[in-house]
Design a binder for this molecule. Structure first.
Ligand SMILES: Cc1ncc(COP(=O)(O)O)c(C=O)c1O
Length: 292
């Protein structure tokens, strides 16, 4: 196809786009002069699916009609609501259904997962993130380092683009791991960098982590629903994502999801162990008195 910088060419592309009819399934913000906008902000908040109102109304009705029995007897019983997401998440992330679970928000899950997978020792205690990582990821990694009594100033490393470049080079990550020897405990990296839009080579990142003896966790906030994922094959130690960007689940969607390797090579931590640890941690926190 030869690109042409004309309106007619753009309209032909639109006309032939097999995905074009999906536009009808979403509500677009009202726009001045009655025109509907081209929406490029799905990386921040996805559009509202037209079906959303019906689904939400349905649950409001279930609450009205069943009250507490809605946990067990409504048409989509709430007690197992998280399981309704399992098949879809497994498909979108290239995981087995037994490897994914819907719970919490992304940052909460990163903390819970790091509580299990970031086990620093005096020798191996550093976390690698990318330069310009999403601010809450930076804070999460830094606070995990502090929890263990170490110092983010020296123990939070950044994989940076070369001078004058914007994109990250995988060979520079390998060089960083070589330089740092055995001191890196965890790579916490995105699938798609939120600011530059760079799709990272997740397979190679996971392979490098294994080769250099560290754990690897992926933040897939900007990757899920956007690029093809094969988590079962790549086998990161964990991954977490959210549902309000390319999955269009809405600004108050609290369900983020974690994916954990079924059996972690380095430590033999199983998904069941991690999930029950997460539950134990939350219970302990709930039991704690305010202010403690
Ligand atoms: C890359 C990335 N990480 C983390 C977050 C934080 O997610 P949450 O506030 O749902 O925990 C976001 C949210 O936009 C994000 O884009």
């Amino acid at each position: 196809m030869r690109y042409e910088d004309t309106r007619a060419f753009a309209e032909t592309l639109d006309h032939n786009d097999p995905l074009a009819p999906f536009r009808e399934q979403f509500n677009f913000p009202r726009y001045k002069q009655g025109r509907s906008p081209v929406y490029f902000c799905g990386n921040s908040l996805g559009l509202q699916p037209r079906l959303a109102v019906e689904f939400v109304q349905n649950e409001i009705n279930n609450w009205r009609d069943y009250a507490v029995d809605g946990h067990f007897h409504s048409n989509r019983p709430w007690i197992n609501y998280h399981r309704l997401a399992t098949a879809g998440f497994a498909e979108l992330t290239g995981s087995k259904p037994s490897e994914v679970i819907a719970m919490n928000t992304l940052t909460v899950n990163l903390h819970l997962l790091m509580a299990s997978f970031y086990r620093p020792t005096a020798e191996r205690r550093k976390i690698v993130i990318e330069d310009g990582a999403f601010p809450s990821d930076q804070y999460a990694a830094a606070s995990q380092i502090r929890v263990h009594g170490y110092d983010p100033e020296s123990d939070l490393l950044e994989w940076r683009p070369r001078d004058g470049e914007v994109h990250l080079r995988i060979e520079d990550l390998e060089q960083l791991l070589q330089q740092e020897g055995d001191s890196v405990a965890l790579l916490l990296l995105p699938g798609v960098q939120y600011y530059t839009g760079q799709v990272l080579d997740m397979q190679t990142i996971c392979d490098l982590a294994r080769r250099y003896g560290c754990r690897v966790g992926l933040d897939l906030a900007h990757a899920i629903g956007n690029v093809e994922l094969s988590l079962h094959k790549w086998a990161p130690d964990f991954a977490s994502w959210c549902t309000y960007k390319y999955l269009n689940a809405g600004p108050v969607s609290t369900k983020s999801t974690i994916r954990v390797t079924t059996s972690c090579k380095a430590g033999g931590v199983t998904r069941r162990a991690v999930v029950s640890r997460c539950t134990r941690l939350s219970n302990r926190r709930l039991a704690r008195k305010p202010g403690k």
